[in-house]
Design a protein around this ligand. Structure first.
Ligand SMILES: [Fe+2]
Ligand SMILES: [Fe+2]
Length: 283
């Protein structure tokens, strides 16, 4: 990362801190005491969060013929991992649901995009050896946090950059590379500040250039693929400039039939993501 960028980011005094709930959930996973009881305890501390979790859990379980009215029931019906992922997604909503000052970048759309990418990355994680599906969900939720910071702290540069895309018919990633300021670097810096560890930092940093991610190339390739599928299915933010190409990174070992199957599965969840999650924003 260019030292000048690090200096500029270091100087920002109101950089978002890691949401308390997210930190609590992530650190409870590190310990052997990770359990449904612990998760329930974390959620229960916050009645608004509890209500939102139940609302999304009910929309996820729609059709199961059962009403979910308690956290313990949610864990039984949709599963511990699903409930935890809902909490991780919701814990970031405060950061995502701000006015960013750009019509090209709507925070809620980027949040929904992140939920789409996280959901798809989890699906890819279930198909590819060596990836942890739940870890993929978390990094999917975080992968574009740098976009939010880009809008909030580098608005002049972003306006310049948007103009170059319109002139050159380039993709946003290409334009950022040429411009020398990328949401991936900014996001990786935030993950570093939040002490999320090398895996998260690297995957966020290289999610548009997975081949540079070293030991984490597989996970970065999974996010790259999930990102392209999510944009193509128009779940949340629709991108800017040329759409990302759907690459079938060899490293994932997925054939095109498998990729189509994953895209179809994500398409099946589109409505739940768009309606279920949006419904809690102004609740
Ligand atoms: Fe990105
Ligand atoms: Fe993305």
């Amino acid at each position: 990362m260019p030292p000048s960028l690090v200096e500029r980011l270091d100087a920002i005094e109101d950089l978002p801190t890691i949401p308390h709930t997210m930190q609590a959930v992530l650190s409870s996973l590190d310990s052997a005491a990770s359990s449904a009881d612990k998760l329930e305890e974390i959620i229960r501390e916050d009645p608004v969060l509890t209500a939102k979790v139940l609302k999304i859990a009910n929309s996820a379980a729609y059709g199961a013929g059962t009403e979910i009215s308690s956290l313990s029931r949610a864990i039984v019906v949709i599963g511990f991992d699903e409930v935890r992922n809902i909490v991780i997604g919701l814990s970031l909503s405060g950061i995502f649901c701000d006015d960013l000052g750009f019509e090209e970048f709507d925070a809620v759309d980027i949040w929904l995009h992140s939920i789409g990418v996280a959901t798809c990355a989890k699906m890819i994680g279930q198909e590819v050896d060596g990836l942890d599906p739940e870890e993929m969900f978390t990094v999917g939720m975080l992968h574009d946090l740098g976009r939010i910071l880009f809008c909030l702290y580098f608005p002049d540069e972003l306006r310049d950059l948007i103009a170059t895309i319109q002139d050159d018919d380039a993709s946003l990633t290409e334009a950022e590379d040429q411009y020398g300021l990328a949401h991936t670097e900014i996001g990786a810096y935030l993950a570093y500040r939040w002490q999320l560890g090398t895996f998260m930092v690297n995957v966020i940093r290289f999610h548009h250039h997975p081949h540079k991610a070293g030991d984490h190339a597989k996970a970065a390739a999974a996010i790259n693929l999930a990102d392209a599928i999510t944009v193509q299915l128009q779940i949340g933010w629709k991108g800017l400039g040329q759409p990302p190409k759907i690459m079938v990174p060899k490293i994932l070992g997925l054939d095109s039939a498998k990729i189509k199957q994953i895209a179809k599965k994500l398409h099946g969840e589109k409505e739940q993501i768009m309606d279920g999650w949006s419904s809690v924003i102004n609740a």
